[in-house]
Design a protein. Structure first.
Length: 121
């Protein structure tokens, strides 16, 4: 895979994947270097030793269910650990609504969040 931008991924796939820009397009110039996706569930728990942050981060029901068990303060702390890494973008699946802490930190870091109606698989 050649390196491509988040903007390219969006415009080439928005209809097929039913992408919606959830927060903003400030991260459209970010580069995607790997074609694989990553589910950051383990990283959200604090284990980031093998976190493949350079991939598109896919947040589905598992990640959201975990974050829902946390208080807003703990959720923010968990997300801050993950957002220390430079990631290209985030895709939230199943038409889920990302927690406000996720949107807030993504906005701070200029990382675009997409939402899709499709399931994670």
């Amino acid at each position: 895979m050649n390196e491509i931008t988040v903007e390219t991924i969006y415009y080439e796939n928005k209809k097929r994947l039913k992408f919606e820009v959830y927060n903003n397009d400030n991260g459209f110039d970010r580069i995607i270097k790997e074609p694989e996706l990553n589910r950051p569930a383990l990283a959200l728990t604090g284990f980031v030793d093998v976190f493949t942050h350079q991939r598109i981060q896919l947040i589905g029901n598992t990640e959201l269910a975990y974050m829902d068990t946390l208080s807003p303060e703990a959720r923010k702390s968990s997300l801050r650990k993950v957002f220390k890494f430079d990631m290209p973008c985030i895709v939230v699946t199943d038409n889920n609504v990302p927690p406000p802490e996720l949107v807030e930190i993504a906005d701070e870091k200029k990382i675009t969040i997409f939402r899709t109606v499709f399931s994670t698989t």
